[in-house]
Every structure is written in structure tokens, then in C-alpha cells.
Design a protein around this ligand. Structure first.
Ligand SMILES: Cc1ncc(COP(=O)(O)O)c(C=O)c1O
Length: 452
């Protein structure tokens, strides 16, 4: 396929669009400047987003139009052939079929690339499909990757079980905070990928991305980072990562109503995913629907504001819970092992993320507390997922990380009583705090801790 992204962003197919703001222009220059992990604080993702071309609607509407078509007409029969050999494509404002590029998904993708400071991006049907396609694109049958032992349960299963069974791909799971262990696990020439989460689900372990990227590149591997937990807060590509994955289902969508994902990376990597003969997204087919792309595009402008409020409330609750003697895990607290690291690699003004965890001692106690928080004090909902405007509460060990066995959970820092709280922003902070505090008092959680 032709180098689609080089040209598609330089080509202004929409007559009423701004001339500038292509992802490749300003942000790519900044990306080059900061890709070695230096001075990344000078790039505010919100500023990078504001540089992206604003797409107007077909009739001059302030919002872009949706291109809902599955297929596209051509004016000359030979254009179809040209499309399939890559002579025509989005770079000539020509589209062939929406499992390949779709104009609305491309518009969203430009925003995601700007958010993450990558040359390109493309939307997928889910976070899991983004991960699966990226890994399959980078790893051949029988390949090897090094992955963090603390990952979302679904990702862990994909790597540990599915890719092993279907493709004989093997993985070495490492403590991502132990840089020596990571380096030793990478076998030069054999290992192709280093995979981790910027802020791990649910342990909230923060990865030292600049150092991990340095190690990965020294050993010739592609560094892939899932940034689902920390959009805006951390910019992995600006810190040296090669590929950034998102489950857009979470903070980026923010409405708890969409399943979607994205892969952000170089133009050549994203184009390779869409290649007609070799592309994982194109051939396995988990592309994003245009209507979903439109929905998400409309929410990106307030992502920065939402993330700041998620983070502000999470820090406030974590601080107050800690003062009450609760065992709290939150990277914004000084006692968190990667507090200083996050301060040094995080984007200023976005805080420490919207998720905190408390350890209430046992799974049974976790169930009692969660039941109370939803059904009596109305603090939040018992539900998996995160990044919603309401608070979502789940016991990771028996839900989203239950795919891991006891030993794997232990390695990932998941205790049976670990309750993950995705802090929402509805209601006032004090109103919500009083609901949370009630649960602490009712279940004597602070005493639990003292008894240990
Ligand atoms: C860190 C992380 N990555 C990826 C995923 C998968 O995303 P999706 O549910 O959109 O497929 C999840 C889901 O919880 C997640 O927490």
C-alpha cells in the first residue's frame, strides 16, 4: 500500500477544513525533539490536540459529517484497480471500502495521533483488538515477547494463553519496575516486543517509560505501551515508546457507552496494519465504525478537563482515606513506590490519574464494602471498566484480573481484598466523600488495618 498517512494528512479533502494542523506538521517536529525522553513537559497534549485540523460538516456545520458508507463509488473503472495497487487511497481523497480506511475514522485518528504525539493512529473496534492486532503485526509465529507481569487480565490471557496456543508465541513476564530483570529477559535477535502498561491495571504500578524505551531500543525490540489508564497524564510516545495502545472504551470515551480502541505509532506501522495483503486490522477486520468515531471525536475536546477532575478527586479521596488509616494505593501519594517517577514523567497539570485502590483485607469484605457503596451510600456503581463520569467499583481479583491464577495475581500485586475505584466527577466532591467515608466508618476499615 502507498504511504497513506504521509499524504492523507497533507491533503485537505474537506473544502472547509483548516489548512494547517496536520499531525505531521507541528507535533511531529515536537515529537522528534522529545522522542528521547527529554523536555517532554513542554508538550501539553491539549495544545497538541488544538493544533489538529478542525473538520467542518458537509454543509458548514461546526461538527464534521459522518461518512457512514461501507463502500465508495469511483468515476472511472480503472480507479478501482488503482486503489488496490495503492496508487489511489486516502492520500488522493479516495476510499474503497470502510474495513480499510474510512474518512471519519481517519479524522478521529488524527486527533489520537496528536494526543499521543505519534505520526499516525487508527481506530479499532475495541482495546483488545488494538492490542491483538498490534502484537500480531509485530510478532511472527513462534516469536517471543517480554511483557509486564502486571497487565489487564484480558491482555495477560491473550499473551499467555491465546497467542501461545494459536501462534506458538512465547512470553517472559517480568517485574516491569525491575529494569535489570527486563533487560536480562530480552533475548537479542529473538525478542521482538517489550509490552507494558504506562500505569498498570489494577496495581497502578507506573512504568519508567524513558528507561524501558532505552533498554528496548538498545536490544532492538519494539516498545508497545498500553496507555488506557493515563491518557493526558502520561504520553508514552513522547517518552520514547514506539507504539501506544488505547482502550477508548475508558477515559477517552468517558460515557461508558462505547467499546473502541486505537493503535498510535509511526505512519509505516499504522499503514502496515491497514495493508491489503498483510495488515492485521484490515485482514482480521476489527475496524472502527464511522458513527463510533464521530461519537468519540466529539468527546476528545473535553478529555483534558475530565482527566484533571478525575485526578483531582482521586488524589483528594486517596489522601483522606490514608489519613483515616486505610491501606490505599494511589500514585499521587508520596508513599507510592513510583510517586517521584510519575512526577517526573507525567504531564504537568493532569495529576496522577483517576483510579485508586484500597485493600480491605479479603474478597468477602470487598463484596460487603462494594455492596454498601452502591446500594446504601450511593457512592458509585459495582461495575468493571473505568473512566466513566460516575464512580465504578470492582474487586479486581475476582473480576477483571480473575483470568490470572493465584500465583500470577500475587506477582501482579493483586490481593484478594483489593478494591479498584475509578473515581467519577458527578456530584460535589464533599457529597461523594461523605458517602465514601460512611462505608469506612461502617466497616471499621481503619481498624482492619490496625489489627494486621
Ligand atoms: C488496560 C486495559 N487495556 C485494554 C483493555 C481492553 O479494552 P476493551 O475492553 O476496550 O477491549 C482494558 C479493559 O479493561 C484495560 O483495562
Amino acid at each position: 500500500m502507498a504511504d497513506t498517512f504521509v499524504k492523507v494528512n497533507a491533503n485537505n479533502g474537506n473544502k472547509r477544513s483548516h489548512e494547517n494542523g496536520v499531525v505531521e506538521s507541528k507535533d511531529a517536529k515536537k515529537l522528534q525533539k522529545y522522542s528521547n525522553g527529554n523536555d517532554h513537559h513542554n508538550v501539553d497534549p491539549a495544545a497538541a490536540l488544538a493544533d489538529v485540523r478542525h473538520e467542518f460538516g458537509e454543509h458548514g456545520g461546526v461538527n464534521m459529517s459522518i461518512e457512514p458508507s461501507a463502500t465508495y463509488t469511483v468515476m472511472e473503472p480503472d480507479h478501482l484497480r488503482q486503489m488496490f495497487v495503492g496508487e489511489r487511497g486516502p492520500h488522493t481523497d479516495s476510499f474503497v471500502y470502510s474495513r480499510h480506511f474510512n474518512p471519519t475514522v481517519l479524522n478521529l485518528s488524527r486527533k489520537l495521533a496528536a494526543l499521543e504525539g505519534t505520526e499516525a493512529a487508527y481506530g479499532t473496534a475495541s482495546g483488545m483488538s488494538a492490542i491483538a492486532c498490534a502484537l500480531l503485526q509485530l510478532l511472527n509465529c513462534g516469536g517471543h515477547l517480554v511483557a509486564s507481569s502486571t497487565l489487564y487480565g484480558g491482555t495477560h490471557s491473550l499473551i499467555e494463553h491465546f497467542l501461545a496456543r494459536t501462534c506458538n508465541i512465547t512470553a517472559t513476564f517480568v517485574d516491569i519496575a525491575d529494569l535489570e530483570e527486563v533487560e536480562n529477559a530480552i533475548v537479542e535477535g529473538k525478542t521482538k516486543v517489550l509490552y507494558f502498561e504506562s500505569m498498570a491495571n489494577p496495581s497502578l504500578k507506573v512504568s519508567n517509560i524513558p528507561e524501558l524505551a532505552r533498554i528496548g531500543h538498545k536490544k532492538g525490540v519494539t516498545v508497545v505501551v498500553d496507555n488506557t489508564f493515563a491518557p493526558m497524564v502520561i504520553s508514552p510516545a513522547r517518552l520514547g515508546a514506539d507504539v501506544v495502545i488505547h482502550s477508548l472504551t475508558k477515559f477517552i470515551s468517558g460515557g461508558g457507552d462505547i467499546i473502541a480502541g486505537a493503535v498510535c505509532g509511526t505512519k509505516s506501522f499504522v499503514n502496515s496494519l491497514m495493508d491489503l495483503q498483510q495488515g492485521g486490522v484490515m485482514l482480521l477486520g476489527p475496524t472502527m465504525n464511522a458513527k463510533v468515531a464521530f461519537e468519540i471525536s466529539e468527546r476528545i475536546p473535553h478529555l483534558a478537563i475530565r482527566m484533571k477532575e478525575h485526578s483531582r478527586r482521586a488524589l483528594e479521596y486517596a489522601t483522606r482515606l490514608k489519613k483515616l488509616g486505610i491501606k490505599v494505593l494511589y500514585p499521587g501519594l508520596e508513599d507510592h513506590p513510583q510517586h517521584e517517577l510519575l512526577k517526573s514523567i507525567g504531564n504537568k497539570e493532569y495529576g496522577f490519574g483517576g483510579i485508586l485502590c484500597i485493600d480491605v483485607g479479603s474478597a468477602a469484605k470487598a463484596n460487603q464494602v462494594m455492596n454498601y457503596l452502591q446500594n446504601y451510600s450511593q457512592f458509585g456503581f459495582m461495575a468493571v471498566s473505568l473512566g466513566y463520569y460516575e464512580t465504578l467499583i470492582s474487586c479486581s481479583g475476582s473480576s477483571t484480573s480473575s483470568e490470572m491464577n493465584e500465583e500470577e495475581q500475587k506477582r501482579a500485586g493483586i490481593t484478594p481484598g483489593l478494591v479498584r475505584i475509578s473515581v467519577g466527577y458527578v456530584g460535589t466532591l464533599e457529597q461523594k466523600w461523605s458517602q465514601l467515608e460512611k462505608a469506612v466508618t461502617k466497616f471499621n476499615l481503619e481498624n482492619e488495618k490496625k489489627e494486621k
